[in-house]
Design a protein around this ligand. Structure first.
Ligand SMILES: Cc1cc2nc3c(=O)[nH]c(=O)nc-3n(C[C@H](O)[C@H](O)[C@H](O)COP(=O)(O)OP(=O)(O)OC[C@H]3O[C@@H](n4cnc5c(N)ncnc54)[C@H](O)[C@@H]3O)c2cc1C
Length: 489
């Protein structure tokens, strides 16, 4: 007897869609992906111009163990496909007043840096890291790595005790302040929690996991940039018989009696046993169906990115850098108060510092990422004036950091990305960069489930589902969803 393979249709070829496709192909399913753009990868994408290679959005491989786990569970070795190296320094951190900190992955160098601030802060930093490490182990095992779709397995006495141990009710800044006195050191730690698109003054102290895991596991660089991961995933999907249709916008879901049977394309319908949306949950519920009233969610902020191709080497920079401006709190908060920052603090990425192939000889690539309001903000217009304002802040700061007065004269390529681009290209709902907000009402069981509660046959994977935003968490989302689907057999 020949068993028919069950057919899975995936809407979107972001990291979530690609990882789910690989896992389900490996488990014996037939997989077809429809991606609206001409290239796969979603937000993890690439721009190439005049010999400069820019990662489009994601640049930091946080919790790299998730990258390895995906390959291991597929029976492969990540290192056989991608050359991976670990920078010696996590971040060079530059402050407006000229102060400079180097946070090394080498314990002796790190300690030297911390002691130069104060021995009290060195003690505080190590105590903070130890506390975060314990919480990370607990959170990872009990929540991040478990599916939270079922109320019965989430609302248990054991889980309640574990949540209590995580002390989720204090905010990041207050929690860090219990250990650290130096304001600049606090700002460096708090800044990193913004990677999930939340303010350190509002979000739960749980998100100090981000600076914690960076220190514990490092921030490895994938040779060729983050898009290398996407290229390998695409190649494997094709080799394993998966089908990827690019330039294929899914216009709506095909629904009968609250059961999703397939998808509507411009010229035809395709039907499957499982319809998985990698496109963001609020976008799907607002734009691809009209049967269920969409829920209103709290949203993360967005981002503005300036990409620079420079015709000079900048040895004073690390691959990952942070610039902290004055009035840190006020400027950080502006992205969440619907305003543009007057004096931005930002992260900047210079991959050509350790990956020479990403820029022409004697050149450098820089991505500068500033957190800005999402498109719900009424009073920010993404016009030339706004872009000029942000560019001026960036050039001024980079001139200060590099001590190159006419920094803009080094620029050979200049490009940018706004929240409007995120919405237009990837259907990021209201231009959000980091999925739904990670406030406590939208995490774990309270985040949209992998299996839709409203429409049978519809599943979700990606940064709007549990456990949340960022490549590693999206890889976890794909793992949890695939396990759930495989259990159905
Ligand atoms: C500025 C910025 C910086 C970031 N930095 C980092 C970082 O350093 N490290 C990190 O780990 N993470 C980072 N992230 C987050 C990370 O990029 C995301 O969490 C992750 O890429 C989300 O993947 P996804 O698969 O959930 O969604 P997406 O990448 O958005 O994929 C969804 C896909 O669905 C497609 N699609 C949408 N609608 C349709 C439709 N109707 N029909 C067909 N296709 C459709 C889209 O085109 C897209 O390809 C960053 C994000 C941004 C924006």
């Amino acid at each position: 007897m020949i068993l028919m393979k069950e057919k899975v249709i995936i809407i979107g070829a972001g990291i979530g869609g690609l990882a789910t496709a690989l896992r389900l192909l490996n488990a014996g399913y037939e997989v077809v992906i429809y991606e609206k753009e001409d290239k796969v990868g979603g937000r993890v994408n690439r721009i190439q111009e005049k010999g400069y290679t820019f990662d489009l959005t994601a640049t930091i491989s946080m919790m790299p163990q998730e990258f390895y786990l995906l390959f291991e569970e597929l029976g492969l070795r990540l290192e056989d496909y991608i050359e991976i190296s670990y920078p010696k320094s996590l971040y060079y951190t530059f402050f407006k007043d000229g102060t400079y900190y180097d946070f090394s992955t080498d314990l002796i160098k790190l300690n030297r840096q911390l002691e130069s601030i104060s021995t009290k802060d060195a003690v505080g930093y190590f105590q903070l890291m130890s506390d975060i490490y314990e919480k990370y182990q607990l959170a990872n095992q009990a929540f991040l790595s478990q599916s939270c779709d079922q109320a019965s397995s989430f609302f248990t006495f054991k889980h309640l005790k574990e949540i209590f141990k995580l002390e989720p009710l204090s905010n990041v800044y207050d929690y860090v302040s219990k250990f650290i006195k130096d304001e600049k050191l606090k700002e460096y730690i708090c800044f990193q929690t913004m990677y999930i698109g939340m303010s350190p003054y509002d979000c739960s102290s749980i998100y100090t996991l981000l600076p914690g895991v960076s220190q514990f596991y490092g921030l490895p660089h994938l040779k060729g940039g983050m898009y290398r991961l996407v290229e390998v995933m695409e190649q494997l999907i094709k080799e394993w018989g998966g089908i990827i249709h690019t330039n294929s916008l899914v216009e709506s879901l095909v629904i009968e009696d609250k059961c999703v049977l397939g998808i509507q394309l411009s010229d035809r319908i395709d039907k499957g046993d499982y319809i998985i949306a990698n496109a963001q949950v609020p976008y799907v519920m607002h734009e691809l169906q009209s049967i269920i009233r969409p829920k209103e969610y709290h949203l993360s902020c967005s981002a503005f990115i300036l990409y620079l191709g420079l015709k000079q080497k900048l040895p004073m920079l690390n691959i990952h850098n942070i610039y902290i401006n004055q009035a840190f709190k006020e400027n950080i908060q502006s992205a969440f108060d619907g305003k543009l920052p007057k004096e931005s603090s930002f992260y900047f990425y210079v991959p050509s510092r350790m990956d020479e192939g990403m820029a022409p000889t004697n050149g450098e690539v820089i991505n500068v990422i500033i957190r800005v309001p999402n498109l719900k903000a009424q009073n920010v217009e993404w016009n030339e004036q706004t872009i000029l304002l942000l560019k001026e802040q960036i050039y001024k700061a980079l001139a200060q950091v590099t001590k190159i007065e006419h920094f803009n004269e080094l620029v050979e390529v200049e490009k940018y990305l706004t929240p409007v681009d995120l919405a237009t290209h990837f259907n990021c709902y209201e231009g959000i960069a980091f999925g739904l907000s990670h406030d406590l009402t939208q995490t774990n069981y309270f985040r949209p489930h992998h299996q839709s509660d409203d429409l049978k046959g519809l599943y979700f994977v990606g940064d709007c589902t549990h456990p949340g935003t960022g490549i590693s968490l999206v890889l976890k989302s794909a793992r949890q969803l695939s396990k759930q689907i495989c259990k159905h057999i």
